[in-house]
Design a protein around this ligand. Structure first.
Ligand code: GLY
Length: 370
């Protein structure tokens, strides 16, 4: 059974539909948002090769003319060059403001196509059809769109909400076990940041979710989206509570920066290690119990995800380099380090004034190079 989760953003409100077999219904589901019955589908070569024909057929069955804009897979596509390429191809198709773009892929495609939609002829509607677990539970919902530059990740972008998100769980069947685990890190994050009952459910059901058991997967994705929708509706532009969604991200981004944002460490893996580190740092600061930090770590480790510096790439990270990356994190304000810290499992808060020296000492105690 499908679940429809509303994102309550007034005139920009939209639904996230979570279910099985949605790709085959994509034409009927997208048609109400199209004024002229034509669309451009931005996708990457991998996703398009696996599922492009099915989506094209589903759109055609509803009388929608679709034009694929296929880009190379990988983070390097989320660049100025990638944005220029997609924008020029959309212009060549003669898409008008009344038309719509479909972002069909993982986080890279969603961020890139969403940002292209935000600026194309000063803004055109778009629909997200996320094809990775990470994109379904996080990046496709909430309207953050961006590209990377040599200065860092996601530094140029816009808030541009989609008109609809279709999270087809069947598409996850073709995802590698590693990509599933990486997406699962963002699922555990929701339990850790704000829902202890969900965290306990995940402790009992992580194997079923990772094995793509249909019911377990549907519940995990729907509950994650529900939490994200509720937080985004309250704080769309991240003036306050939305920052909780960055649990594990400040430590995680530092590790990603040190490992080169690539195959050595996937974003979800960085978030996994970052979340465990954030809980241990909270415990070291006397904010939460050591037992809570141990339980958070155990739940993350049970999913086969890294929780310690020694489990990430070479394991050799200079503490100063990590702290420097944290200072450059775009969530840093006024040179102070900002972290999401924990009072308990399912109870977190944003700390904007964390002492960099305390973080450095803690990282050395965690095994970083002094
Ligand atoms: N991925 C964090 C957010 O959407 O706010």
């Amino acid at each position: 059974m499908n679940r429809t989760i509303p994102v309550g953003l007034g005139t920009r409100a939209y639904d996230v539909v979570v279910g099985h077999g949605l790709l085959d219904d994509a034409g009927t589901l997208c048609a109400p948002f199209l004024k002229r019955g034509r669309t451009a589908v931005v996708s990457d070569a991998t996703v398009w090769g696996l599922h492009g024909a099915r989506l094209t057929a589903a759109l055609a069955a509803a009388g929608i003319e679709s034009h694929p804009v296929v880009v190379p897979p990988g983070e390097q596509t989320k660049s100025w060059e990638g944005l220029a390429d997609v924008s020029d191809r959309l212009l060549a198709l003669g898409l008008d403001r009344g038309d719509l773009i479909i972002a069909f892929g993982g986080g890279v495609v969603g961020d890139l196509a969403g940002f292209a939609a935000a600026i194309y002829k000063r803004g055109i509607d778009f629909i997200q059809i996320p094809t990775t677990l990470l994109a379904q539970v996080d990046s496709s919902v909430g309207g953050k769109t961006a590209i990377d530059t040599p200065h860092g990740k996601n530094l140029i972008g816009a808030f541009h909400q989609p008109r609809l998100v279709l999270a087809d769980l069947d598409v996850l069947a073709t995802l590698s076990a590693r990509e599933m685990r990486a997406g699962y890190a963002e699922v555990v994050k929701y339990g850790l940041l704000g829902d202890f009952a969900f965290f306990e459910w995940l402790e009992a059901n992580s194997a079923a979710v990772l094995a793509r058991d249909p019911d377990a997967l549907a519940y995990a994705v729907a509950r994650s989206v529900e939490m994200k929708a509720e937080i985004v509706a309250e704080d769309e532009k991240e003036a306050g509570r939305r920052a909780l969604l960055n649990l594990g991200h400040t430590f995680g981004h530092a590790l990603e920066a040190e490992t080169g944002y690539g195959e050595a460490l996937l974003h979800g893996e960085a978030v996994a290690a970052g979340s465990a580190i954030a809980f241990r740092f909270s415990a070291a600061q006397g904010l939460c119990s050591g037992q809570a930090a141990e339980r958070a770590e155990a739940a993350i480790a049970a999913a086969g995800l890294p929780t310690r510096l020694s489990q990430v790439a070479s394991g050799a990270f200079p503490a100063d380099a990590l702290v420097r990356h944290m200072g450059q994190d775009k969530k840093a304000e006024g040179g102070k380090l900002t972290f999401v810290l924990a009072r308990a499992l399912g109870d977190t808060f944003v700390a904007k004034d964390v002492d960099a020296a305390a973080v450095r000492d803690f990282l050395v105690a965690e095994g970083a190079l002094p």
